[in-house]
Design a protein around this ligand. Structure first.
Ligand code: PEP
Ligand code: MG
Length: 760
């Protein structure tokens, strides 16, 4: 990050030397603050230097040199009031040669400040919030130099430590919502997993609390920063080289930018200079970051703002390394009622969290069919995605009300908003209770068609959902989830135990095990899937393609599944089949294991049914060839959509571009449905599309009578099915297909509302 200036550490160093001796001297906090303002005013040759501190929600003038002493403890400003209030509210630095020219300028007569023209002020920050303001004023209109501003920032850091040690600001009140409440923020984003939750912000990558700002030994601090830089660069190098075998795409671009920043000499030089001025390594990193933030704010360029996130991430990483505070929030004792805030998460990262404490997730990125979303849906954890600048707006421990149903996140809500939210949660619970009552009712349409409603699962805990929802069975068991949560490749014994437990828990209900679908956005950290760099991992070496190549995967899994299903029925489904021979090869792996176990006189399954997922459009052209081979076929609309539209399912920019109710998808599924019916293939849909009432209605209208959906959707979908006249829906869908309106979703919704279909 090349910001062009020539800071000299001299002023900052002078200030810091002065502050250090003031801090070490005897005397109460007030007398120290009085000395501090004298010291700083001298160092920057200003007539005025003042310190305002936040007390009882307002900024109180605590010490000044140059303003009327009678104003001390008398002048009080609200957050947002005047220039000082502006700085505190926005946690922003101001540097003005003519204070009165700023729109927020206000003049307080008791201070006698009317004669001063120039004004510079910096926030005193504690836990990402302003707890006060340090400012300087001068008679002559003059802009303070960049090095002077940096000196103020350095001084403000030290002051924050002094103030905190002296108990001048109540640390608890810093975190209290009302302390910095300027009216709750309502943010919106993209609905990823519906639901509501009230909780407290926890950063997936926690911010480091800086305890000590003044260095005891500058050389030792320099060494700490030096080795932290080396470690960080090493980590980034490793991440980029791992990206060469499986991450790719957007992640890779991010990593390349990271790499550029990580190696930026200007950045490390400025941190070094801050250390020269006498700061600790942590304080130096933070001080430079504050300064960069200020400069970036002045540049109105959205692209640069994006890059600022990268730099923030990196500075945070450096801070965590230097302070030894590594690991994500998942490993640090999660608080109750956590709402996790992150740029993005991988599926395995989400699974590390204690789901009893994790109430919701807010992401800066995220997309509807990314696997982390699917897992969260299975865990019934609401996620709001694509919330711009969330990590800047929200602070650790802020109270949040997450209402994904209404596409809203309330940050630091008022008590009346909390009350209203409580009422909404009660309503949702009532609705859920009504769905629970449907548990033992059959999903039969008004005109008598029995729809099969299965659930998607993958975690041990999901098995309880079979009973809770009253679903018919498990239509998609994503076996790769256990690979994602493991630290090493699961062995045969472990797999056997796991599959046996799943079958035991399912009892008489059928379970369709899908063989491992890793790769794409589900890379395994301990397994290198491909030795070549993949530009498009979603279309690359993933799922069955790896399975057929690596004995350790498919063979071991086949043997474990067959043994686990001894004396019972086994259903196996292969993902990402593009051509019939792939299905044949996959099936042959199972048959070979079956022979092996038969020869050893082991008890075998009563039957094995083999099915394929239709996710690759090419397979739709071979249904006649597949029919004699198949026991069942399941359309995976998540991957199918990404391949039909050439739209990466985990790319947040594409997340809202295409609709499942677009003519292309509906016509495609219509054709498959008709052909499968003619060929006598048992057909179902197991992608996320089937879990949304209106989309599921469209699928039923296309002739699909088997759905496998996320457990939380069973209630709403059953309610929809039971209120639907299927023959009418078929007519409506066919008319939408032959003459598609501009917005098929709106048109279908209108029809459904008119027909009194329960859409949840
Ligand atoms: C799909 O692609 O629609 C599907 C169900 O599989 P997954 O989401 O696990 O890729
Ligand atoms: Mg898939």
């Amino acid at each position: 990050m090349a910001t062009k200036h020539n800071p000299s550490p001299v002023t900052a160093r002078n200030i810091l030397t002065g502050l250090r001796s003031i801090m070490a001297s005897p005397g109460n906090a007030q007398s120290k603050l009085n000395q501090v303002v004298e010291n700083i005013a001298e160092a920057v040759s200003s007539e005025v230097c003042s310190i305002y501190l936040r007390r009882e929600g307002v900024l109180e003038l605590y010490a000044t040199r140059g303003l009327n002493q009678e104003a001390v403890h008398v002048t009080k400003l609200a957050f947002g009031e005047g220039l000082t209030g502006y700085i505190a509210k926005n946690v922003e630095t101001l540097n003005l040669d003519e204070a009165a020219s700023h729109p927020d300028f206000q003049y307080r007569p008791e201070t006698g400040e009317e004669k001063f023209h120039s004004f510079a002020g910096v926030p005193i920050i504690r836990n990402q919030q302003a707890v006060g303001v340090l400012c300087a004023q001068h008679i002559e209109p003059r802009k303070y130099s960049e090095e002077e501003i940096e000196s103020f920032q350095t001084a403000a850091m030290v002051l924050s430590e002094l103030i905190s040690n002296a108990g001048l600001v109540d640390e608890d009140s810093v975190d209290a919502p009302e302390a910095h409440n300027n009216g709750a923020d309502r943010l919106s984003g993209l609905q990823l997993v519906k639901g509501k939750a009230s909780g407290f912000a926890v950063f997936h990558q926690p911010r480091v609390k800086i305890e000590h700002t003044v260095a005891e030994d500058t050389e030792a601090e320099r060494h700490r920063v030096y080795s932290a830089f080396a470690k960080m660069r090493n980590q980034i190098d490793q991440m980029t080289s791992q990206a060469e075998f499986g991450v790719g795409g957007e992640h890779e671009e991010v990593l390349q930018t990271y790499k550029m920043f990580a190696y930026d000499e200007g950045w490390s030089r400025r941190i070094n200079e801050a250390i020269d001025s006498g700061l600790t390594a942590e304080a130096a990193i933070e001080r430079v970051q504050q300064h960069t933030r200020m400069r970036m704010r002045q540049i109105d360029d959205p692209l640069l703002a994006e890059r600022m996130h990268d730099l923030e991430d990196l500075a945070n990483r450096l801070l965590r390394i230097v302070s030894g505070q590594m690991g994500t929030a998942a490993t640090m004792g999660l608080r109750q009622d956590t709402i996790l805030v992150a740029r993005n998460l991988g599926p395995a990262e989400l699974l590390e969290y204690d789901r009893r404490r994790l109430k919701g997730v807010v992401l800066e990125e995220g997309s509807l069919t990314a696997h982390v979303t699917i897992i969260a849906r299975a865990m019934d954890i609401p996620i709001l995605g694509q919330v711009k600048n969330i990590r800047q707006i929200v602070r650790e421990n802020d109270h949040l009300l997450l209402n994904v149903d209404d596409n809203a996140l309330f940050v630091r809500p008022s008590p009346s908003m909390e009350d209203a939210f409580e009422t909404q949660i009660e309503l949702t619970q009532k609705k859920r209770a009504a769905y629970t009552e449907l548990r033992d009712k059959e999903p039969v349409t008004k005109d008598g068609t029995r729809i099969t409603l299965n659930i998607n699962a993958g975690l041990r805990d999901d098995m309880g959902m079979l009973n809770l929802t009253g679903a018919d069975g498990i239509g998609l068991f994503r076996t790769e989830f256990q690979f994602l949560v493991a630290a090493n490749m699961p062995g045969r014994a472990g797999q056997l135990r796991f599959y046996r437990d799943v079958l035991d828990a399912a009892g008489d209900k059928p379970v369709i095990f899908r063989t491992v679908d890793i790769g794409g956005d589900k890379p395994l950290p301990y397994f290198q899937a491909s030795e070549v760099k993949e530009e498009n991992p979603a279309m690359g070496w993933r799922a069955l393609r790896i399975g057929l190549e690596r004995d350790a995967l498919m063979k071991v899994q086949a043997r474990s599944l067959i043994e686990a299903a001894a004396g019972r029925k086994l259903n196996v489904m292969f993902p990402m089949i593009a051509e019939p021979w792939e299905f044949d090869e996959a099936r042959a792996v199972f048959e070979k294991q079956l022979d092996f176990l038969r020869q050893r006189k082991k008890q075998l399954p009563l039957s094995i049914r083999y099915g394929a997922m239709l996710e690759v459009p090419a397979l739709a052209e071979c249904l006649d060839l597949m029919a004699p081979r198949l026991d069942f076929l399941s359309i995976g609309t998540n991957d199918l959509t990404q391949f039909l539209f050439a739209a990466d399912r985990s790319n947040p920019k594409l997340a809202e571009r295409f609709d499942w109710l677009s003519p292309a998808i509906l016509r495609f599924i219509n054709r498959i449905s008709k052909q499968a019916n003619d060929l006598g293939i048992e057909l179902s849909v197991c992608g996320e599309m089937g879990g949304r009432p209106l989309d599921a209605l469209a699928l039923l209208g296309l002739g699909i009578e088997r759905l496998s959906i996320t457990p939380a959707s069973v209630g709403p979908i059953k309610a929809m099915v039971r209120s639907l006249d299927l023959s009418g829906a078929k007519v409506e869908i066919q008319s939408l297909l032959s003459d598609p309106p501009a917005n098929p979703r709106t048109a279908l919704e209108k029809w459904a509302v008119k027909q009194n279909v329960d859409l949840g």
